[in-house]
Design a protein around this ligand. Sequence first.
Ligand code: PRP
Ligand code: URA
Length: 208
Amino acid sequence: MAQVHVSTHPLVQHKLALLRKKDTDSKRFRELVKELAILLAYEATADLEVDPYVVETPLEAAKGFRLKGDIGLVPILRAGLGLVDGVWEMMPSAEVWHIGLFRDERTLRPVEYYNKLPVHPTVDVCLVLDPMLATGGSAIATVDILKRWGANRIKFMGLIAAPEGIKAFTEAHPDVPVYVAAVDDHLNERGYIVPGLGDAGDRQFGTA
Ligand code: PRP
Ligand code: URA
């Protein structure tokens, strides 16, 4: 059964509103995406496994924990790139594997253009990163790729989802939990999330 986690954290909601604003410039937009990535990563990683071990403090031995298993961050190009830095700062030993997909503007179907995954999986948990889950096509295709690769534990982390995308994604991949900051109202006729924030890639990279 798919789990959809919509953050109710006040900091997330505060920053998300700033991100949506049409007069938020590209620099500030990138900063907010990074800050939101850190906050959402906290929620998306809450159930990762840890191994206990002993560390020496200046006074005596103390029980500590370290993350168990290798983590892979999988940003969907381009817009997913903006989420990498924040998550990576929290998990500097994570591997980053890029998947390149763009939406065909006419069909709204994802078109794959970059995938350099090695033959066998190198990580235990994949965290797919993309700010927008609109029709869900790009996220579904990415998880399809990761499952064919052999990944057995996958999570999706984004900023804004449409109800249509949530439905399609959770039907296609009921085993993959979704972590987002908001589920908005609907998709418009061009496949944009409403109210959304516009084009996440263009706003990050200044290409509008
Ligand atoms: C955007 C976004 C997602 C996709 C979401 O990317 O970053 O990858 O659209 O839409 P979907 O759920 O309907 O597939 P876009 O194709 O605009 O490419 P970009 O990131 O290179 O701008
Ligand atoms: N991609 C975006 O960047 N924004 C949307 O609203 C939908 C897809």
